[in-house]
Ligand binder design. Structure first.
Ligand code: GLA
Length: 711
C-alpha cells in the first residue's frame, strides 16, 4: 500500500493511524463549518485512505492468543478500522468500581500493528448483572408496566439519573485511558438507541418537562384542546405517560420528550468523554437500520455529534436500491455532511422472517452505493460470531473455526477497491440541486392518525424520490428548517406540521427565487399537533393563492388529468380551490365520488422570483414522473449525466477540479453505458474510456476532470 508514510508534519507517529487522527482533527473543524453552511469535505490528509472498510470486533469474546490472527485476516482484507467495546461492560468493570481496561489497550496495540484504527463503543447498551440487580431503578419498564431483566440488552432505563452516573463513569474511564491514544480515532455512544421507559419516575420527568415547556396548565389545556372528552388537567401529576392512543398533542410531546431524554442520555457521555479525549477523536452513535421509524428526532440527536452514522441492513430478500439509496441520503441530511455506515450485513442477518443471503456481488454493490451516496466508511457486523449468545446465526466474515467464510473474498475486493480509489475520492461529496424536505413532527402526526391504513409515509417519500433519481439527479433529504439557498427545486411530500416560522422560511425561499412543491396533507397542523384553523396549507394559503377544501381517503383509483398528463390518484386525494387570480390549475380529478369530480388536484403560482405549487394527491408512478419533469423544467435543474439503462444507478461525488461518477448495475443483465465525456475508469487500471459495460452486480468508478475551478 502506498498510503502509509511514517512521518507526518503534525506530530511524530507510530503508524498511519496517527495520520488519521490529524485528518480527523481537520474533519472536526470542517464539521463546525458544515453545521452553519453547506456540507463539508470529510477527508483532508492525503496519506490515509479516504474510504475506510472495517468490522465490528469483539476481542472480549475470544482468547487473547487468537486476536492477532483475526487482525491479520482483517489487514489482508484491506480493512483499516474496527469498532470494539460496545457490549463489553462486564469485562471492563467486572464488579462495581473495579475497572479493567488493560485487555482493551492490548487489543488496540495489536490493531495498530496491523494498520487498523479503532472506534470505541461505550458499553451502555448492555449493563452488567451486578448493576441492575443492585440498582433495579436502572431497569426499563415497558408501556404495560413490565420491568426488563438481565439476559438480553437494552434493559436499562434511559432516564434513570443513577444509570447515567454509571454511564458517565465508564465512558469517562475509557476516555481517560484512550482519549489520547493515537490509534483511537473516534467514539460511539451506546448502540442503536431504541427503547424508552414508562416507569413512574419517567412519568414524573415527563410531567416536569411539560411544565417547563408550557409554564401553565391553562396553556397546555388550550393547545391540547382538553375540553374534549373532559381531558382537562388541574395538576401536572394527572398527566399520563403513553405512547399510543392518547391526545394527539400529548403523543407528539412524548416524542419530543423521548428525543430530549435520549439527547440528555447521550450528552452525559459526550461530556464525560470530551473531558479527556482529544478533539481529533470524533463522537458518533450508530442509529439503527430502521432509523425511519425511531421515536426520536435524528436531526436533534445528531446535533451534538461530530459525525452521523447508521446501520444499514437489508434483512430478507435483495437490496431495494431506491429505498436504500434514499436512506443514505436521509442520513447524509442529518448533519448535511458525509457520514459512516457503522454496521452492515456480511451476506445475511439472523432477525428477518427468512434470513436469505445477498447474491454474490450484491454486498460489493451495496458498499459502493453507500460511498456513492456520501459514506466514507463501511463496517461489517460482525467479524466472527460468539460461540454462544442470541446471534449465533448472523452472517459473519470468518466462521466459528476462525477461517474466512465465502463472503470474505468479496469483502477483500471491496477493501482493495477502497484503497485504490481513495486518492480520487478524497474530499469529494454529493452535491444536489434538488432537496426533499422532511420533518419528524410531520411524520409522527400522520403516523398517529394515518386516516387511510395504506398511507405509508416512506412509500410517499419514495414516490417523490424515485422520479428524481430516475433522472440521475443527486437528491438531498434535509430537515424542513435547513438552509435552502442553493437548491433550485425543493419538494415537501408530507409537511403535515407547518408552524408560522417554518411557513416564513419556506415563503422566503420562494420569494428569493426557489421553486417549492408541497405534497398532500401539508400545513394541516401546528407544532402542538393542533389543527390549523385555516385549512391546508395553513399559513401558506395566502402564498399559494389556493387551499384544500376537503381531503378524501380513497379505497380505489381516481382519474387525474391536465396539462402535465393523465393517470390516477390512489389512497389520498384533496379537493383544491384557487383563491388568487394568478393561481393556475395543472391537474384536475375526473369522475369519482362527486365531490372531487372536475376539481383541481394540483395548482401553482409564481411568487416573488420563484413559485409555489401544491399537489393534493398521491399519483401513479408514470404521472408522478411527468409531474416531476414539469417541476425540474420550471426550476431549471440541469442534467448531471446522460440517460442510463433502467437498472443502472448513478451516484455523483463532486470535488475541486474533478467529479466522480459511480455506476451500479442492480439488474440481472449486463448494461452498456455511453459516457457523456471521456473519463478515467478507476477500478480497471485507470483507462480512459468513453463507454463502460457493467455485468450484473457490476460497479464502475469513473473520474471526470472538470478543470481548475471544479464542478
Ligand atoms: C444491530 C446491532 C448489532 C447487531 C445487529 C445484527 O444493528 O447494533 O449489535 O445486533 O443489529 O443485525
Amino acid at each position: 500500500m502506498t498510503m502509509i508514510p511514517m512521518h507526518e508534519p503534525c506530530e511524530p507517529t507510530r503508524s498511519f493511524l496517527h495520520l488519521t487522527a490529524c485528518r480527523l482533527l481537520a474533519l472536526a473543524c470542517l464539521a463546525l463549518y458544515a453545521v452553519a453552511s453547506r456540507p463539508a469535505p470529510a477527508q483532508t490528509d492525503p496519506s490515509v485512505p479516504a474510504l475506510l472498510l472495517g468490522s465490528a470486533w469483539y476481542p472480549e469474546q475470544w482468547p487473547e492468543s487468537r486476536w492477532d490472527a483475526d487482525l491479520a485476516l482483517m489487514e489482508a482484507a484491506h480493512m483499516h478500522v474496527v469498532r470494539v467495546g460496545e457490549f463489553a461492560w462486564s469485562r471492563m468493570e467486572p464488579a462495581e468500581g473495579q475497572y479493567d481496561l488493560d485487555w482493551l489497550a492490548r487489543a488496540i496495540r495489536l490493531a495498530e500493528n496491523h494498520h487498523i484504527a479503532v472506534v470505541i463503543g461505550t458499553p451502555t447498551d448492555a449493563p452488567p448483572a451486578w448493576l441492575t440487580v443492585k440498582y433495579p431503578d436502572t431497569l426499563r419498564m415497558d408501556e404495560n408496566g413490565r420491568l426488563a431483566q438481565h439476559g438480553g440488552r437494552r434493559q436499562f432505563n434511559y432516564s434513570s439519573p443513577r444509570y447515567r452516573v454509571f454511564c458517565a463513569e465508564i465512558a469517562g474511564r475509557l476516555a481517560q485511558r484512550f482519549g489520547h491514544d493515537p490509534d483511537v480515532i473516534g467514539w460511539q455512544i451506546g448502540n442503536e438507541y431504541t427503547d424508552e421507559s414508562f416507569d413512574p419516575a419517567t412519568r414524573t420527568l415527563f410531567q416536569q418537562w411539560l411544565q417547563h415547556r408550557y409554564s401553565t396548565l391553562d396553556a397546555l389545556n388550550q393547545h391540547w384542546a382538553t375540553a374534549y372528552w373532559s381531558q382537562t388537567y388541574d395538576r401536572w401529576d394527572e398527566i399520563p405517560l403513553v405512547a399510543t392512543g392518547g391526545n394527539p398533542g400529548l403523543l407528539l410531546e412524548h416524542r419530543h420528550f423521548v428525543t430530549d431524554t435520549w439527547r440528555d442520555f447521550q450528552r452525559v457521555q459526550i461530556d464525560a468523554i470530551r473531558k479527556s479525549a482529544e478533539p481529533r477523536q470524533f463522537i458518533t452513535t450508530n442509529i439503527g437500520g430502521l432509523a425511519w421509524s425511531d421515536h426520536f428526532d435524528h436531526y436533534e440527536i445528531t446535533r451534538d455529534l461530530d459525525l452521523a452514522s447508521w446501520d444499514d441492513y437489508v434483512g430478507q430478500g435483495q437490496l431495494d436500491s431506491m429505498r436504500n439509496g434514499a436512506m443514505h441520503d436521509f442520513v447524509r441530511g442529518w448533519k448535511r455532511m458525509p457520514f459512516w455506515v457503522m454496521e452492515t450485513q456480511p451476506g445475511s442477518v439472523n432477525w428477518a422472517p427468512i434470513n436469505t443471503t445477498l447474491n454474490r456481488g450484491e454486498t460489493r454493490v451495496m458498499a459502493w452505493q453507500a460511498i456513492g451516496h456520501g459514506a466514507n466508511a463501511a463496517l461489517y457486523w460482525q467479524w466472527r460470531s460468539a460461540l454462544n449468545g442470541q446471534e449465533q446465526y448472523h452472517g459473519t466474515l470468518v466462521g466459528p473455526d476462525g477461517e474466512p467464510m465465502p463472503i470474505y473474498s468479496e469483502v477483500t475486493q471491496i477493501g482493495s477497491e477502497f484503497e485504490r480509489t481513495s486518492p480520487a475520492l478524497r474530499d469529494t461529496q454529493p452535491v444536489a440541486q434538488v432537496a426533499i424536505l422532511e420533518s419528524y413532527d410531520s411524520r409522527w402526526t400522520i403516523d398517529f392518525q394515518p386516516h387511510n391504513r395504506n398511507y405509508d409515509e416512506l412509500q410517499v417519500l419514495l414516490d417523490w424520490y424515485r422520479p428524481l433519481r430516475l433522472k440521475n439527479l443527486t437528491v438531498d433529504i434535509v430537515n424542513a428548517s435547513a438552509p435552502l439557498d442553493g437548491y433550485k427545486l425543493v419538494v415537501a411530500p408530507g409537511l403535515n406540521v407547518i408552524p408560522p416560522e417554518l411557513a416564513a422560511h419556506l415563503r422566503a425561499y420562494v420569494e428569493q427565487g426557489g421553486h417549492l412543491v408541497l405534497g398532500p396533507r401539508s400545513g394541516m397542523k401546528d407544532e402542538y399537533n393542533s389543527l390549523n384553523p385555516q385549512r391546508q396549507p395553513g399559513p401558506l394559503v395566502s402564498a399559494l393563492g389556493g387551499r384544500v377544501e376537503q381531503y378524501y381517503a380513497l379505497d380505489g383509483a381516481v382519474p387525474v388529468s391536465g396539462a402535465l398528463g393523465s393517470g390516477t390518484a390512489t389512497i389520498w386525494a384533496e379537493q383544491l380551490t384557487t383563491l388568487a387570480s394568478d393561481t393556475r390549475v395543472l391537474l384536475r380529478y375526473g369522475k369519482s365520488n362527486g365531490w372531487l369530480d372536475d376539481q383541481p388536484a394540483m395548482v401553482t403560482r409564481s411568487l416573488g422570483k420563484g413559485s409555489i405549487t401544491y399537489l393534493g394527491a398521491l399519483l401513479d408512478a408514470p404521472l408522478m414522473q411527468q409531474a416531476t419533469a414539469w417541476m425540474l423544467a420550471g426550476a431549471h435543474v440541469e442534467p448531471e449525466f446522460a440517460s442510463l439503462p433502467l437498472d443502472v444507478e448513478l451516484c455523483r461525488r463532486v470535488g475541486t477540479g474533478h467529479t466522480i461518477y459511480i455506476l451500479l448495475n442492480h439488474g440481472a443483465q449486463p448494461a452498456e453505458v455511453a459516457l457523456p465525456a471521456p473519463m478515467t475508469e478507476l477500478l480497471q487500471g485507470d483507462a480512459q474510456v468513453r463507454a463502460v459495460t457493467l455485468a450484473p452486480e457490476g460497479v464502475a468508478v469513473l473520474e471526470e476532470s472538470t478543470g481548475a475551478t471544479g464542478r
